[in-house]
Design a protein around this ligand. Structure first.
Ligand SMILES: Nc1nc2c(ncn2[C@@H]2O[C@H](COP(=O)(O)OP(=O)(O)OP(=O)(O)O)[C@@H](O)[C@H]2O)c(=O)[nH]1
Ligand SMILES: [Zn+2]
Length: 296
């Protein structure tokens, strides 16, 4: 009998599929012809499967909305960008780069600040003001000084319903710690930053989707750096949501908002409607993308 479901875990060649109809969890294998066609099922894939015997078989992978390589997950709706205020220190360049990568994959990013309890009140207020700029740019921001404030955690959980959510962010930013606060039964391993950085490996290894607050949620391995290899210079300005509010008015179609005359994005920048740090990072990324082209 053919059934439909979603892969929520992959372990050495087996895929655990959650049945759409009755929420039964069924262990399956992929049919050999997937391997021949070099198609690898991903956690998050919606699949047709057959489960008449003890072990089910994946018959077909339904078309993906999107997929990420790191973490290897398909059909993601939103990403919680866990951003630490300290240890590691806040970097607008890194945050913007993560946001750009997520927007590039048609995933909605939300910003969640952690570790601001380690800042002085003055420094925290400075950072809060920067994050208010991200809110104005169109992002949902969670910025309480206590990262695990109950009301804020509940507000975050409320965004999970009927969605696939991934947690992403720099190694040591506090992704697993936050997830453990969200669902105390998860018991994910966390590590002091000195350990994660010194050992150069991550606490989080396996990718699986957890059933939390009526949605599916993944913890993912942290990273220390990312690149923009897949993003083109033409696409880059479209990945800054606040630029899109103005770019329609630019004189030139496909305006890069660098030296073109009558550029509405630059006018908005000068009027203080676009953050200088975001625009500077835009120029920096544009340069980085153009330098890949020269090298390859
Ligand atoms: N002071 C403070 N420490 C925190 C906070 N959140 C996390 N930490 C600490 O930061 C360290 C790293 O946290 P993890 O949750 O392991 O970080 P991670 O992002 O999951 O790290 P990877 O698995 O390497 O990607 C741990 O020692 C946590 O106790 C916070 O809000 N405040
Ligand atoms: Zn322009």
């Amino acid at each position: 009998m053919e059934r439909t479901g979603r892969i929520i875990k992959s372990i050495s060649g087996f895929y655990d599929v959650l049945d759409d109809e009755n929420s039964e969890l069924i262990r399956t294998r992929a049919r050999g012809n997937f391997r021949k066609r070099k198609i690898k099922p991903l956690v998050g894939d919606k699949v047709k499967f057959d489960a008449t015997g003890d072990l089910g078989y994946i018959l077909e992978i339904l078309p993906r909305d999107n997929s990420l390589v790191r973490p290897p997950i398909a059909n993601i709706d939103q990403a919680i960008v866990v951003t630490s205020a300290a240890e590691p220190n806040f970097s607008s360049n890194l945050l913007d780069k993560i946001l750009i990568n997520i927007e590039h994959n048609d995933i909605k990013p939300l910003i969640y600040l952690t570790k601001s309890d380690l800042l002085s009140d003055d420094k925290y207020l400075e950072l809060k003001e920067i994050l208010a700029g991200y809110h104005n740019a169109g992002y949902q921001v969670f910025d309480d000084q206590d990262s695990y404030n109950d009301m804020q955690v509940e507000k975050l959980k409320a965004t999970f319903a009927d969605k696939v959510t991934v947690f992403t962010g720099q190694s040591g930013a506090g992704k697993s710690t936050l997830l453990n606060h969200i669902d105390t039964e998860l018991g994910l391993a966390t590590a002091a930053i000195s350990q994660t950085l010194n050992r150069g490996k991550h606490t989080t290894r396996q990718v699986s989707l957890f059933d939390i607050a009526d949605g599916l949620v993944a913890d993912t391995p942290g990273f220390s750096s990312i690149d923009l290899m897949d993003v083109t210079a033409e696409e880059l300005p479209t990945l800054f949501p606040e630029f899109l509010q103005y770019s329609g008015g630019c004189q030139f179609r496909g305006c890069h908002h660098v030296n073109e005359p009558n550029c509405k994005v630059k006018e908005a920048l000068e009027a203080g409607e676009i953050m200088h740090s975001r625009y500077d990072n835009y120029l920096y990324f544009l340069n980085e993308i153009n330098s890949y082209k020269k090298r390859y």
